[in-house]
Design a protein around this ligand. Structure first.
Ligand SMILES: Nc1ncnc2c1ncn2[C@@H]1O[C@H](COP(=O)(O)OP(=O)(O)OP(=O)(O)O)[C@@H](O)[C@H]1O
Ligand SMILES: [Mg+2]
Length: 280
């Protein structure tokens, strides 16, 4: 299948560059020949149907799992081609929130956010607590320092995960399904928070999501992973892809399949006379 590429060419050096990346779990091919670049300040969306390999790709990008082949470069340095020490240095500049949440349930919020500070800085315990509290305040969780994750709502847990991801002032932030399971208003607030963090930290953001509202509200670039052909089939601003991409899979995803009349029954109910519900 031909690639639908609506990317604006840029003469600036990319922040993150993926070349010829192939992803496998054991003998099973997940994705092959992924090629895309993320510019400084981008909010780059990794999208595609469930099981297409988005979380797997994320783990290659953040240095957790080595891809079967191909390169991932941060400002020119290949995260999988360099030694352990260099990879650790790159990973220190990356903040990640995982799909499963990933907070340590036996630790309070301030202890959770302190972990990367203790590991990677020489701050004393008082300074670590101060800085961790500041990060919690940045995501609207001031006053919850000594709460345990189980004492928080889902949205608060997501924000606590964000606080931990920004502990070391990363210049690249990765989020795997940050708004999954949240109500639309909380989800919208989380989008605003991600935008604010991008602006305040001057960071680049890569988000795995299939929340259409988020994709269109904050994404300015994207890659679409296709589970059938097991490779990327679209690249570029999701709003432009929505208007211009002729590939049915991409179009159906970006319109939530509404072209195939999935929304028709809802409209029919909404348009039904009130008498039908006995409220005339
Ligand atoms: N640790 C693993 N070992 C073997 N196979 C795996 C492993 N993790 C994921 N897979 C398989 O790889 C494929 C891609 O999984 P992945 O979690 O990357 O998909 P995804 O696009 O993130 O899906 P979702 O939208 O549901 O989160 C799936 O078929 C999955 O079963
Ligand atoms: Mg996933």
């Amino acid at each position: 299948m031909a690639l639908c590429d609506v990317t604006e060419p840029s003469s600036l050096p990319p922040h993150l560059e993926v070349r010829n990346l192939t992803s496998m779990h054991g003998d099973v091919l997940i994705q092959h020949d992924l090629n895309f670049t993320v510019q400084h300040g981008d909010i780059f969306i990794v999208m595609g149907p469930s099981g297409s390999g988005k979380s797997t790709l994320l783990r290659h990008l953040v240095g957790l799992d080595r891809p079967a082949s191909g390169t991932v470069r941060y400002e020119g340095t290949c995260i999988w081609g360099c030694g352990e020490v260099e990879r650790e240095q790159i990973m220190r500049r990356i903040g990640v929130t995982y799909q499963s949440g990933g907070l340590w349930s036996s630790m309070t919020l301030v202890e959770n956010v302190s972990v990367p500070l203790q590991r990677y800085t020489r701050l004393n315990s008082h300074e670590v607590r101060e800085l961790a509290s500041l990060k919690l305040a940045m995501v609207g969780l001031a006053g919850f320092e000594d709460h345990y994750p189980s004492e928080l709502s889902g949205g608060m847990q997501k924000r606590a995960g964000l606080a931990r991801a920004i502990a070391l002032d990363p210049d690249l932030l990765f989020f795997d399904e940050p708004s999954a399971g949240l109500d639309p208003v909380t989800s919208r607030r989380l989008d605003d928070l991600i935008l604010a963090l991008r602006d305040n930290l001057g960071a680049t953001v890569v988000i795995v999501t299939h929340e259409l509202a988020s994709i269109f509200a904050i994404g300015n670039n994207s890659v679409f992973l296709d589970p059938e052909s097991r490779t990327q089939i679209a690249l570029g601003d999701p709003k432009i892809l929505l208007r211009e991409c002729p590939i049915p899979t991409v179009h159906a995803f970006l319109t939530r399949g509404s072209d195939s009349n999935l929304l028709a029954p809802t409209r029919a109910v909404a348009a039904a006379p009130r008498a039908a519900f006995g409220q005339a």
